[in-house]
Design a protein around this ligand. Structure first.
Ligand code: SDX
Length: 429
């Protein structure tokens, strides 16, 4: 029997269907709300509003659950690789060995970027933020593959664009880093796997034989898996909204890169390290900063803490915290910022302000410490987040564009400006 929700308005009762997801989540389907009642809903920040049905990622914020296509994040982090998780997110199933082998070969074949696109880096100032470069480069890919991207409904062009995005993003990211330090760019090496190839493009120099450290390779694989998707977050919703106008996939994904850049979203991993650095410079005491985070008059927030959905531990934060200690231990690194982070976490989790608001460490709280240990500079942290989120953005865009009933996204509003008034010529003002 269909479940319904009733609204009583101006003495009339209206019924709307209730949708139940495969994990028991419930939503009121208000598709006919305005037609039946003349009402629209208002929900600042879409805190209570679902924008779509989706079969890709399931989050349970109260229980701290995260699954990609039904597989628990901890199992995938432990047993899978980033490229295999990318395949799972995009195509919905874990690939057989033969299928995955073919997928790896296809991705490897697309890792180069056009030499003219490489010349675009010359136009950026040396200290341009790498998120500016990444967003521009991803958007510019449409200039090189316009034939294959002009119709997002064409399955062949869509598949080719997906492979190009997955394959070229590590190259674009590594080239941005090399540009920022004035080093020669290292071309991709087809004999290496996805992560090893990226590490070599980031840290090798032409004059030497570079051996990829397996500890660094495994740590990066894990970090990218943990960032790969997170249902309808700010940047993914941006990708879906831009993609819903049938703009090409590179335009849609580059809009996601720009949304992720903000310090309240993916930019938080850079802001966490800057915050920990500031605490370290002031002697390492965390009490002052916990007090500042609680003070409404200070615009200071405990970066890496809190989450729109998780009102319990972000499962990714737990895994990253353990990986952080393992990596620092294996690489023999003593980072004072790790001690500060752990003191900060401990102090906050004992403080009523954070407990009452259910503010826990999120994915960004410890990730920057690992990137630091791997030799990745702070300004590159959010780009690393984008590299990890690429398969998620692609999978969500694909799910939307392949949905025959998908509409162009166009929210309503409640107007609260001036009512009608006559124009007054300037001579009379
Ligand atoms: C990501 O959505 C996703 O899935 C995102 C993400 C993904 O994988 O895509 O998980 C990645 O973006 C993680 C979040 C990274 N951002 C940060 O770490 C920045 C610091 N955190 C916050 O700014 C905040 O917690 C948000 C943005 C993450 C969530 O904000 P909400 O859901 O809009 O919550 P809110 O701002 O309404 O806060 C509720 C209360 C407020 O206090 P009161 O008005 O109730 O008194 O909690 C307070 C806030 O002031 N609060 C914080 C805080 N976060 C929330 N106070 C101090 N420090 C913080 N970090």
């Amino acid at each position: 029997m269909e479940e319904t929700a009733k609204i009583i308005f101006e003495g009339k009762e209206y019924s709307f269907p209730v949708v139940r997801g495969s994990e028991g989540e419930l939503a009121i389907d208000i598709a006919k709300l305005r037609a039946q009642t003349g009402l629209v809903t208002l929900d600042d920040g879409f805190v209570n509003t679902g924008s779509t049905m989706s079969a890709i990622t399931f989050l349970d914020g109260e229980r701290g659950i995260l699954r990609y296509r039904g597989y628990d994040i901890a199992e995938l982090a432990e047993n899978s690789t980033f490229l295999e998780v990318a395949y799972l997110l995009i195509y919905g199933e874990l690939p057989s060995a033969a299928v995955f082998d073919n997928f790896k070969k296809t991705i490897t074949r697309h890792t180069l970027i056009h030499e003219d696109l490489k010349r675009l880096y010359d136009g950026f100032p040396k200290d341009a933020h790498p998120m500016a470069t990444l967003g521009s480069m991803i958007n510019t890919l449409s200039g090189y593959y316009i034939r294959d991207t002009s119709d997002p409904l064409d399955p062949v062009g869509r598949e080719l664009s997906i492979h190009r995005l997955l394959a070229k993003t590590p190259t674009i990211v590594a080239f941005s880093y090399k540009k920022s330090i004035g080093h020669p760019m290292m071309y991709p090496k087809n004999s290496l796997n996805y992560i090893a190839n990226f590490i070599r493009m980031m840290f090798a120099v032409p004059a030497e034989n570079y051996a990829v450290d397996p500890v660094i390779e495994r740590a990066l694989d894990l970090l990218l898996i943990l960032h790969a998707d997170h249902e309808q977050n700010c940047s993914t919703s941006t990708v879906r909204l831009v993609g819903s106008s049938r703009a090409n996939v590179f335009a849609a994904i580059s809009s996601g890169v720009n949304a992720l850049w903000g310090p309240l979203h993916g930019g938080a991993n850079q802001a966490v390290i800057e915050m920990l650095d500031e605490i370290h410079k002031e002697g390492g005491g965390v009490k002052k900063f916990v007090a500042l985070a609680k003070d409404k008059n200070s615009n200071f927030r405990l970066m890496g803490f809190g989450h729109r959905v998780y009102k319990n531990f972000d499962p990714r934060a737990k895994i990253i915290k353990k990986a952080c200690m393992d990596v620092l231990d294996k690489l023999g690194i003593k980072d004072p910022l790790l001690d500060i982070a752990m003191q900060l976490e401990d102090a906050a989790l004992k403080d009523d302000y954070f407990v009452e608001r259910k503010l826990y460490p999120n994915v960004d709280f410890y990730s920057g410490l690992i990137y630091r240990a791997l030799g990745i500079p702070t300004e590159m942290f959010t780009v690393m987040f984008a590299l990890g989120r690429m398969p998620g953005w692609i999978a969500q865009w694909k799910e939307m564009i392949e949905n025959p009933s998908a509409k162009i996204g166009r929210p309503r509003q409640i107007y609260n400006g001036h009512t009608a008034r006559p124009f007054i010529p300037i001579a009379k003002r």
